[in-house]
Design a protein around this ligand. Structure first.
Ligand code: NAD
Length: 328
């Protein structure tokens, strides 16, 4: 298979590229390096089956060229992270809506299978335990920038689903819940790498809001093979499929677990949402998936638990530090 991966130098994209190369595929990779880093691909930078291109999914000619000859397109490029949504709202909406349209149109024109990475953010404030793919979206006003990522991903999903129906193309939506692992950065609002960095530095772990918010974290190495299987799955065409782990943990408990697993002397410090995101920010109180569809379609069952997730992020961050600063 020849795969075209957008967002290839990002956290999930770089693991996907490594996996595709490992199982013998050719990979054409695109990233504008806005939140990703070329360093994420250093393990495979000399691989003869990898071609990397720096550029944007908004460049329709480039995307069309790179899609030619691809059997499967994995569209992961997006403006991601609560701080990116807060600070680069307009750019984020354009990339997340128009960028997907550009990639979808190229995949359609070249007859490639398409997988689009969507997000559990589409469920918005729906707190149901065991969210299923056809559950309602509950979101706030579109004038609150906080919802623009959710709106954009929802529109992407509608575009994929309608295009499958209208053009008979193969398109599938991976609705990802919190995905974590090595190389994820805490710079743009992701909680696990931020907590780990704070714990390793002996700084307070900064919990935003009450700390009672519930999330479920899935290891990226469980997610990536599921993306590849989903793209190849004919029965999944036109569907959105939840990919995640359903073991819930509160953010307070997560902070305590990170402190325990790192043996850190850090304390926990609370901040209001307003202090961090400005006025009018709403958080989601609970986000727990039902992944029964992924299990039924793909046999998907994540093998790694939360401690594995935390340990792998700790090892990754220690590995990136200069040797002198590593604990004995
Ligand atoms: N990590 C998660 O928990 C999570 C959860 C739900 C959905 N997702 C989705 O998974 C995908 C990958 O996310 P990630 O966590 O790896 O984030 P990431 O920020 O590491 O990856 C996104 C990549 O897209 C690139 N990019 C951004 N704009 C681009 C553009 N215009 N052209 C080309 N490249 C561009 C970035 O440089 C980055 O490398 C995204 O679509 C995201 O919405 C991630």
């Amino acid at each position: 298979m020849r795969a075209f991966v957008t967002g290839a130098a990002g956290f999930i994209g770089s693991h996907l590229v490594e996996h595709l190369l490992e199982v013998g595929h050719e990979v054409v990779a695109l990233d504008d390096l806005s939140t990703g880093s070329i360093d994420n691909l250093r393990e495979v930078s000399d691989h003869p089956a990898l071609q990397f291109h720096r550029g944007s999914v908004l460049d329709a000619d480039l995307v069309d060229d790179l899609t030619a000859g691809a059997d499967t397109v994995f569209h992961l490029a997006a403006a991601v992270g609560a701080f990116v949504v807060r600070d680069r709202t307009v750019e984020g909406i354009r990339v997340n809506v128009h960028g997907t349209d550009v990639v979808l149109e190229a995949a359609r024109r070249h007859g490639a299978r398409l997988l689009v990475a969507s997000s559990s953010e589409v469920y918005g404030k729906n707190t149901k335990i065991g969210l299923r793919e056809d559950d309602d979206r509950i979101v706030g006003s579109p004038l609150m920038h906080r919802w623009s990522y959710s709106e954009a991903k929802a529109l992407d999903e509608s575009l994929v689903s309608a295009s499958v129906e209208a053009f008979g193309m193969h398109g599938v939506i991976a609705r990802l819940f919190n995905t974590v692992g090595p190389r994820q950065t805490g710079l743009y609002g992701m909680v696990v790498p931020r907590f780990v960095a704070q714990a390793l530095a002996g700084e307070p772990l900064t919990v935003f809001g009450s700390g009672e918010q519930i999330r479920c974290f899935c290891h990226v190495l469980d997610v990536v093979p599921a993306l590849v299987a989903l793209a190849a799955c004919d029965e999944a065409t036109g569907r959105a499929v939840n990919i995640g782990r359903s073991e819930p943990v509160s953010i307070d408990e997560l902070a305590r677990r990170v402190i325990a697993r790192t043996g850190s002397s850090s304390t926990i410090e609370r901040h209001t949402y307003e202090e961090i995101y400005g006025r009018g920010y709403e958080d989601l109180q609970r986000r727990v998936p039902d992944c029964g569809l992924a299990e039924w379609l793909l046999g998907f069952r994540p093998a790694r638990d939360l401690d594995d997730v935390i340990d792998s992020v700790v090892a990754d961050q220690l590995g990136r530090r200069p040797a002198m600063t590593r604990p004995a």
